[in-house]
Design a protein around this ligand. Structure first.
Ligand code: TYD
Length: 229
């Protein structure tokens, strides 16, 4: 039985408390059970350098531009060293958050200029041979318009009030988790706007359902695409 073995890049999004982690782990299992190699990773983070940047972004106070630049620096390192090589090997890359989170959190949440974020996205995610050339280290060509983005983004949509209840009995909150519910209302709207802009890439999951129902809905998205049987 031959399956489509080209690389698959999947991101998972949603406000803090939306409950994506267990489903990401379950998907990794499901893909592995069907013989696929899986790279399970996250943003900000996924490489030693990007994990250091994550600790700063989640722990230290900084102005919004610094925050956005550190997140995109982490993304570049992650893309070049982990995501693109795994895709070239034909693996399934499951990434807990990607650039939609920057548009939702830094853009909608913090009010940072979306046009500037889009420019950074173009620069940082320019394909420039990353997916095709095993060396993957050509110089920057910012005029190149193709950007590397997920084939699919699973968006766990949960009302911010519900997420706040779930977070209330979670561990010590990081910088974002400690934000008031109004911040998460803006972030949630940011995700809705991103879906509107990329309807073909987004799969919205109603994350207010009980966990088993959420899992069925998530799995169904992958079955419908022919990526899981
Ligand atoms: P999260 O992915 O929720 O991990 P954990 O389960 O360990 O809390 O935490 C990452 C946080 O970083 C989350 O609050 C969202 C934030 N974030 C941004 O603000 N911008 C980004 O571009 C990304 C990727 C994450």
């Amino acid at each position: 039985m031959t399956k489509n073995l080209s690389g698959l890049f999947i991101s998972f999004e949603g406000i803090d408390g939306a409950g994506k982690s267990t489903h990401i782990a379950a998907l990794a299992e499901a893909f592995r059970a069907e013989g696929r190699a899986v790279t399970l990773t996250r943003e900000p983070g996924g490489t030693p350098l990007a994990e250091k940047l994550r600790a700063m972004v989640l722990g230290d106070a900084m102005d919004p531009l610094t925050e956005a630049l550190l997140i995109f620096a982490a993304r570049r390192d992650h893309l070049v060293n982990v995501i693109a090589p795994a895709l070239r090997r034909g693996e399934v890359v499951l990434c807990d958050r990607f650039t939609d989170a920057t548009f939702a959190y830094q853009g909608a949440g913090r009010g940072f200029d979306l046009k500037l974020l889009a420019t950074l996205e173009q620069w940082v995610q320019a394909d420039e041979g990353l997916l095709g050339d095993p060396a993957g280290n050509q110089p920057m060509k910012p005029e190149v318009e193709t950007v590397i983005e997920p084939h699919l983004t699973v968006w766990f949509d949960l009302p911010p009030e519900e997420a706040a209840l779930r977070l209330a009995d979670a561990r010590v909150p990081d910088k974002f988790e400690a934000q008031p519910v109004e911040f998460f209302r803006r972030v949630a709207q940011g995700y809705a706007d991103r879906q509107q802009g990329h309807p073909e890439r987004f799969a919205r999951i109603d994350a207010a359902q009980e966990r088993a129902a959420v899992w069925l809905a998530v799995r169904q998205v992958f079955v419908a695409k022919g990526w899981l049987s």
